[in-house]
Each structure stands twice: as structure tokens, then as C-alpha cells.
Design a protein around this ligand. Structure first.
Ligand SMILES: [Fe+2]
Length: 192
């Protein structure tokens, strides 16, 4: 993980997070936020996925390793902010969420363990776009103005992450295309 804390600013939108507070306790809202906190698509899954990807890409794909490590720390911040909001809304911030009317503890199989660079970036992009979609759905159901401000601010970071992932995906794609071209030229020369 990037050890320099100032570097974390590179991986988040330049706007402070709102103070975590709530209008009043509301267990329904807390349960919705638990899905974003520790559901299948959640901050906890993002932290775990990105930490895994950081470790496997550290040597082979240095630039992606640095990017994903930096972003994982921002996701950890989101996890903390949501956890605090869940607590204020009246629930314990345990790593448990309700999907399809059943409560389930967060599980390690929520993580995509692909280690090919393109699959890793695609998994990260999917994690961000699905998280944004869920946050937007929850915004439609949550009336608490402080929670809404928090979600809106978190969405800004996720959109930024999606942009960073798209850029690095395109970079690796053009690198690969160049290598294919180079190999084709080599073969051509060899035949001549
Ligand atoms: Fe996040």
C-alpha cells in the first residue's frame, strides 16, 4: 500500500467528506447502508478485492499495483464513514447484510480472484459501477439529509475511480496491441 498519506489525495475527489451525522435513528436506513457496507457489492468487498489485486500486481504490473493499493485505502475510508453512519442510525456495524430477505455474513467468495491484468481491471470497474448503481438506488429510498450528503460524496469518489480504471485499462490495451504488432513484424522479417 502507498505509505505516504499525502499520496492518498491522488485517489479521491478534492472535496472534504461531510461530518457523519443523522437526523434521527432509523433501522430501515441502517439496513440499506449495511448492503453498501458489507453486502456482496460493498465497500468491504472493494477493500478486499483491491487489496488482493494490489498484492498480485505489485511486481508484474507496477502502475496498476500502485493505483489499486491507493484506491483500496479510499474504500477503507468509505467503509469507516458508512460504519459510523450505521451506528448512529441504530445498528451494530457488523459485516452482515440482508439480501433477498436473508441475513448473511460477508464471505470471502464475494471477491473475484482473477489475476490476469485485464480481468482484474474489469472486475474493479464492475465493482465501482455496481456500487454507484446501488448507492443511487438507496438515495431514492433515504430521506435523511445527512446520509444523502454522505452517499452523494462517496459516489463522487467511485465515479473518479471508474475513470482512473478506464484510463489504465486503455493503457494496457494499447500496450498489448503494440506488442502484437511488434511480434507480427518480427515474424515477417524472419520470413523475408
Ligand atoms: Fe467506495
Amino acid at each position: 500500500m502507498p505509505s505516504d498519506h499525502c499520496k492518498q489525495g491522488k485517489y479521491m475527489v478534492n472535496k472534504p467528506y461531510p461530518e457523519v451525522k443523522v437526523e434521527k435513528e432509523n433501522v430501515f436506513y441502517a439496513n440499506l447502508l449495511l448492503q453498501d457496507y458489507a453486502g456482496i457489492i460493498s465497500e468491504f468487498t472493494a477493500v478486499s478485492l483491491y487489496s488482493f489485486q494490489h498484492i498480485v500486481s505489485e511486481d508484474k504490473y507496477k502502475d496498476y499495483g500502485e493505483l489499486i493499493g491507493g484506491i483500496s485505502i479510499i474504500e477503507m475510508k468509505h467503509l469507516e464513514l458508512l460504519g459510523k453512519a450505521i451506528k448512529l442510525l441504530g445498528r451494530k456495524p457488523a459485516f452482515i447484510a440482508c439480501s433477498c430477505s436473508e441475513w448473511e455474513y460477508w464471505k470471502a467468495s464475494n471477491v473475484d480472484y482473477s489475476d490476469n491484468i485485464f480481468d482484474m481491471i474489469k472486475a474493479a470497474m464492475r465493482a465501482e459501477s455496481e456500487a454507484i448503481e446501488n448507492y443511487r438506488k438507496h438515495l431514492e429510498m433515504i430521506g435523511d439529509k445527512y446520509i444523502r450528503q454522505l452517499i452523494e460524496r462517496i459516489i463522487m469518489d467511485e465515479e473518479y475511480h471508474l475513470k482512473l480504471f478506464t484510463n489504465i485499462y486503455n493503457k494496457y490495451l494499447s500496450k498489448e496491441k503494440d506488442e502484437v504488432k511488434k511480434n507480427q513484424n518480427k515474424k515477417k522479417k524472419h520470413r523475408e
